[in-house]
Each structure stands twice: as C-alpha cells, then as structure tokens.
Design a protein around this ligand. Structure first.
Ligand code: GAL
Length: 734
C-alpha cells in the first residue's frame, strides 16, 4: 500500500514523478492489467533489483508489477505533436515485458515463447515507451501494469526507478550508418528511423573526411523524411583505401533540433601479398626431444608451390607439396637448415632453426578457437569447416595453425573405466587430431581442473592423469585448462586463498602433461587470479589468461587490452606468454547466432596492433568460413604479425600516457622498436611523435615504417592524425 498512501498526501502537481517500488505478484492473469483490479494484497518490490534478490523464487516465469502513478505536470507548448505524448521510462527488464497504461498496451520488448517467432530475450534493452497524454487520467490516478516474462534466472525490473517525462520531438528518431559489400563495391547506408507517431522531415547533411589528412572530401545535403515507424534511407558509395569518416547531421525542420551520426567504413591497409613465395612466419620452432613435430611453413604466394630443404636434420621430413614438416629429433640442440619455396613467379628461402630442448612455443601461438563464435554450440563439423577455411583462405600461410575446440565437446558421464568420453557432436577425436596433423595443423582442446567446466560439462577433477592420457591418444597439442568448477573444490581447501591453493590444480595437470610423449601447449585460464603471471612458469604453463572473458565492445577491449596488461611485460618471454584472451574480429556471437564484431574498423586495427605489441596469443575467435576481406587484411599482415611473433619475445609496455593518448613500445630482435600510438579517447587527435622520442629511445630516428601500410615514412615529419579509438603502428630504428 505504500505507493498509494504516498500519492494520497500530495496534490497532483507536486507529486513525485519517479517511482522506486511497485506492487508485485508472481503468476499471470489478463485481469491484472485493468486499472480497477485490487492489488492491495500484493507484496512490494523494489524496481532496481531483480526479483530473485527480493525473495521471489528464481524459477518464476511470469510476474506482474503494478504502480499507481500521479498525472505528471509536464512542460507543454513546444507547439509540436510531442506535446500530445509522454514517455514512460521503465529501465531494463529481464527478459520480456508488455506494458499497459490504464489498461492500454503502450509497449512490448522481446518476445514470448507463445509468440509467432518464439522467445527472444531483450534483458539489456532499456524500455522507454511513448504514450498519448490522453491516456492519463485527469484526476491523477493512473495504473501502470507491467507483465514480465523471465526465460531463465534472474528476472524482473532491475534498473528502476520508473518515471514519466515529456516526449522529446526527436527522441523517436535515430540516425544510423551501416555498410555492405566488399572492396570497390562497398556502399554505406544512412538510415533515419522513426518510432514516434509523427513524421519527421528535414535536411540530411553528409560530409566525408579523409582521416589521414583531415581534409573534407565531399559535402552533400538531401531532403528526407521518415513517417511514423518508417525509415528514410540514403545509400552512398564508400569504398576507400584510407580511413574516411562519414559524418551526418539530420536537422528537423519543425523543431529545429538535430541528431548526428558518424561512421568510418572498413578500410584495407594491408597491401596484397606478392604472387611469388614469401615466408611469413618466425624462423624458429621449439620442440622437446623425441616429441612429434607438427609444423607447416607459413608461405604466401600462388599455388602450386614446391618446398625443398637443404641440411634437414635426420628424423625430419618436409612434404614438397605443402611445406608440412613432420618427424622427431631425439637429441637436444639447435638444428639450422634452409627451406626453399618456389612457384611460377619465383623462389624464396628461409633459414630455419629447430630448437630441440625444454621450451616450446618460442613465439605466441597462432590459430583459431571455437569459443567466441560458436560458444557451446561447437561441433566437429564446425571445427573442420574452420580448419578448411583456415587453409583455403590462406591464413595458414601466415602461421595460424592451432585449431582449438573450447568447451562443450564432453559427454555427460565418463565410461566404466572413468575415461572422458566425447558427446554426439564429436564423433571421433583421434580422427580429428590425425586429420589436422596431416595438414600440418595442431589440435587444441579444453577442460577444467574442477568437476565441471564453465559451460556445465565434465571437468578433469580426480581424473587428471587419465584425461592427459586421452589427450595424448587423440593427438592433442594444446590444452586450455579453465578454473571454473574448481572454485567449489577450492572453497573446501584448508589453505584456500593462498598461492599454494591456486597453483595446486595447475601443477597437477602440468606434471601429467609433461610426462606425455608429445608436446602440449599448456594454457592456463583462471582469469589472472593470484597474479598468475608471477607463477605460471612454475607449473610449466606456456600462457596464462590475465583477465576475465573478452567481448566485442570497446569497453572490454580497453579494459583488458590497455588497463590490465600495462604492467605485465616483465612476465612474458619465449615459451611463457600473457594471454589477454582471444580475438574479437570477424563474425562472433558465442552461440549459433553470429554477428559482425561490434568494434569499429579503427577499434579492430587497434585490437590487432595491441595484441601484436603484447606478444599475445593470436587465437582467432570468429567463423572462418565467413571471413571478409577486411578481417583477412587484419589477420594477414606479415609485418604486423612479425611484431607478435618476434623471437626476442619481449612484450610492449606503455611508455607515454597523456589523457587519451598512449604510446606502447616493444623492443624487437633486430634492434628496432615496434611503436603503437593509440588514441583511446572519443575525439580524433593529431600527434607529433617528435615530442615523445625520448620515451621510445634515442633520437634521431634512422627510419620509420608504417607496418599496416608497409611503407617507409618520413623521419622529418612525425605528425599523425589518429582517429578516435585508432592507432598508428610503426617500426622505428635509431
Ligand atoms: C570461460 C572461459 C572462456 C570459455 C568458457 C567456456 O571460463 O574464460 O574463454 O572457455 O569458459 O565455458
């Protein structure tokens, strides 16, 4: 009764127009939308917390919130249609809602299992519904009834308060710019959408700016109008080799107000590879004595191509047709030989050293992992399709070689002997491993030291040795070992929270892996707990995740890439890498529903540049069968990748941080320095690197190379325009 009692005290004009609690009842009845319904026996819930946290069973599917609202006193007389409407602001609702004002449906977000297209959660959408003022009662007593459906826990209204505000004339209009097509056919579509019940019309100004020079390339203006619930669409060509900014301003004639949008279409900086052979991968490879070698030389150029070697150590074999190296070497030592690749356009050679010893992963692993695209919907078919695409689209020619199955390959129970068993989506792991190895690719798998994985599949707890042996039988080359379900076991440990308690499960599996007659890249995934970078090498890990899970937003990229890696350079070295998580370029989605990465093109250049500087694991997380030319350009720039794969193995550190401007520098094996100049702010900027030379080494510079464009730049003029969230990646010599 609290809300109703409060309303009775104040005259209408002074009543609060923001509500923090409501009457609530679990269940579902059409009667509950009617204003006359007596909800006095219902309980009161807060609107800023899911119902699960307020004593309502998490299993609740339907629930109704009812609020008594005063008729708000709203400023009138803008002289437009907006005067006739109000906005009812509900905040976020988990998952689907139908909202009624005085018995009339004013909005719905998401869809119910009984709807035509089935259930669709929209838990993260903010609900603001437009409603005619005429729906509000003059006497001040209004009933807002919100029917909520929760498809899975948690549920309910959770970012309240609820409020009623004036309808802004242009609040229902949105300006968006999207692109489609590739290469010269790339076009950009500017859409003015309108969710409000009046037509907006006015002028759309479109300006294109060359982001390299800051010069305006073109300026046009069009008259457009969008009727209620309709879009106005303008399409323009937008193919460009250098970054071009499209800035749009729509000015509404009636209200004089405007809305803006800006967009940089995808632009391709990486020059096309020559048709003649070119070696794109590091000239070293680490393998343990007697372990099988699975390696494929990364050479771009037209096929067919022939591979030859001179001085190949005994025990190894080089496949002349595809450059796959196999065999093993029993004696520790450095074995240097020459590999030559030839095709119709020419010949190239690489002097290559196999280091037979204790250390593997002398450069960060490159490959693909199923998680960021398929999530738990991964299957053997999808994995093989990705491996095929890795080869067909030439990524293998740039050193991408691991094909890693993440969570969701495990059956619900072990066999009678306690052995881990695959589920129906993975018919034959050994056959998959063999298939990959024949192609010179490597096979990765996922498990947890806990009883269950994060996805709820079986983990390795109490079966560590058995699982390691299964991996060996299947030909596994990479294990991602994810803490997750181990959290429960950890809670039961007497020494929980100590370093020993964090190290223990990883030490155990590490020892079993090392006892196997093959090399398994050991990838720790425990989100950086207890500063794992300080002790990962102790359990013989080859990399350790330093953070929680990445997602395809700038916030995630910024926090994980820039903030959380800043102090970790001292912990990276050949064989031991900090892992800031997998790549978020291309089509991702963590499910069967894939979407284009939500990072802008500039953010994607920043992402790959930073991961190269960080000597990060380069595990592609997208569907490789749907790679576009832009994503291939990001992943297959041999000079950018050479920074990631530099054999000195030093990770970059930030050497300048001035507001939104950061410089990260990484020393390279040839004595030069890789330098990333980043703009992490929301405005474009112009930077003169000459002002910061002290931070990256001694002046003057002998050479400056733009690694994305693969072009030498002037050493006299070090001024660069860097767009918001963009980068300039350079290699400089002193
Ligand atoms: C998370 C891990 C993700 C993914 C997922 C699988 O803990 O960080 O990268 O492996 O588990 O369930």
């Amino acid at each position: 009764m609290a809300a109703i009692a409060a309303i009775a005290v104040f005259p209408p004009a002074l009543r609060a127009q923001s509500y923090t609690s409501a009457k609530f009842k679990a269940g579902d009845s059409p009667e509950w939308k009617t204003p006359a319904f007596d909800d006095s026996s219902w309980q009161t819930l807060q609107l800023n917390q899911v119902w699960d946290d307020q004593g309502i069973p998490a299993s609740t599917k339907f629930g109704w919130y009812r609020l008594k609202l005063a008729t708000p006193q709203l400023p009138a007389a803008t002289g437009t249609d907006a005067d006739k409407y109000v906005m009812v602001n509900l905040g976020k609702i988990d998952d689907v809602d139908e909202t009624y004002l005085n018995g009339t449906l004013i909005g719905k977000t998401g869809s119910l299992p009984t709807d035509k297209d089935g259930y669709r959660s929209r838990f993260s959408a903010t609900r603001s519904y437009i409603a005619p003022r005429s729906l509000l009662n003059k006497n001040g007593d209004n009933t807002l009834a919100v029917r909520v459906y929760s498809g899975g826990e948690p549920g309910g209204m959770y970012t309240g308060p609820v409020s009623i505000t004036p309808a802004g004339y242009l609040d229902g209009a949105k300006l968006a710019i999207t692109e489609s097509g590739e290469k010269a056919q790339r076009t950009c579509t500017i859409t003015l959408s309108n969710e409000f019940p009046w037509t907006v019309s006015g002028r759309l100004a479109i300006e294109m700016t060359d982001m390299e020079t800051g010069n305006v390339i073109s300026r046009t203006e069009r008259k457009i109008s969008a009727r209620p619930d309709k879009n106005a669409v303008v399409t323009i060509p937008c193919a460009a080799e250098e970054p071009v900014r499209i800035s749009c301003v729509f000015t509404d004639t009636k209200s004089g107000k405007n809305i803006t949008a800006r967009y940089t279409p995808k632009y391709i900086l990486t020059p096309a590879a020559p048709l003649s052979p070119r070696f794109n991968t590091a000239p070293v490879y680490g393998v343990r004595p007697g372990s099988p070698v699975h390696y494929r030389f990364g050479v771009s150029g037209e096929r067919p191509m022939q591979f030859k070697s001179a001085g190949l150590p005994a025990g190894l074999n080089l496949n002349a047709a595809d450059g796959v190296l196999s065999g093993s070497i029993a004696q520790p030592g450095d074995y240097t030989f020459t590999v030559t690749a030839s095709n119709a356009h020419g010949t190239a050679s690489q002097q290559f050293t196999i280091k037979v010893g204790d250390l593997i992963a002398l450069t960060p692993p490159m490959g693909w992992n199923s998680w960021n695209c398929w999530g738990l919907s991964v299957s053997q078919d999808k994995v093989m399709a990705s491996a095929e695409a890795l080869m067909d689209k030439g990524l293998v020619d740039y050193g991408y070689s691991y094909i890693n199955v993440d969570d969701a390959w495990e059956a619900p129970s072990r066999d009678a002997d306690g052995k881990i068993v695959v589920n129906e989506k993975f018919p034959d792991m050994k056959a998959l491993g063999d298939w990959l190895h024949e192609r010179g690719l490597k096979f990765g798998i996922y498990s947890s030291p806990g009883d269950f994985t994060c996805g709820g599949y079986l983990g390795s707890l109490d079966h560590e040795q058995q699982d390691a042996e299964s991996y060996n039988d299947w030909g596994v080359d990479y294990l991602k070992y994810d803490w997750c379900g181990y959290g429960r076991k950890h809670e039961t440990q007497k020494d929980k929270g100590t370093r020993a308690s964090y190290v223990r499960p990883y030490m155990l599996m590490g020892e079993y892996l090392r006892a196997l007659p093959r090399d398994i890249f050991y990838s720790l995934c425990q989100y950086g707990m207890d500063d794992v970078w300080e002790w990962g090498h102790v359990v013989d890990a080859n990399s350790w995740r330093t953070t929680g899970d990445i997602t395809d937003t700038w916030q995630s990229l910024y926090s994980i890439g820039f903030e959380q890696q800043a102090d970790l350079a001292p912990y990276a070295e050949p064989g031991r890498w900090n892992d800031p998580d997998m790549l978020i370029v291309g089509k991702v989605g963590w499910s069967n529903n894939l979407r284009d990465s939500r990072l802008t093109p500039d953010e994607q250049y920043t992402h790959i540049s930073l991961w190269a500087l960080l000597a990060a694991n380069m595990l592609i997380g997208c569907d490789l069968s749907q790679l576009d030319d832009f994503t291939i350009n990001l992943l297959c720039n041999n000079e950018v990748n050479a920074v990631n794969q530099d054999i000195l193995g030093k990770q970059a550190s930030p050497v300048v941080k001035e507001g939104a401007f950061q410089i990260w520098a990484r020393p390279l094996a040839d004595g030069s320095t890789a330098v990333g100049i980043f703009n992490v702010g929301d405005d474009d900027m112009t930077v003169n690197l000459a002002d910061y030379l002290g931070a990256i080494g001694n002046q003057p510079l002998k050479s400056v190379r733009d690694l994305w464009r693969q072009k030498d730049l002037s050493t006299a003029d070090l001024t660069y325009n860097i767009p918001t969230h963009g980068v300039r990646l350079l290699k400089v010599t002193h």
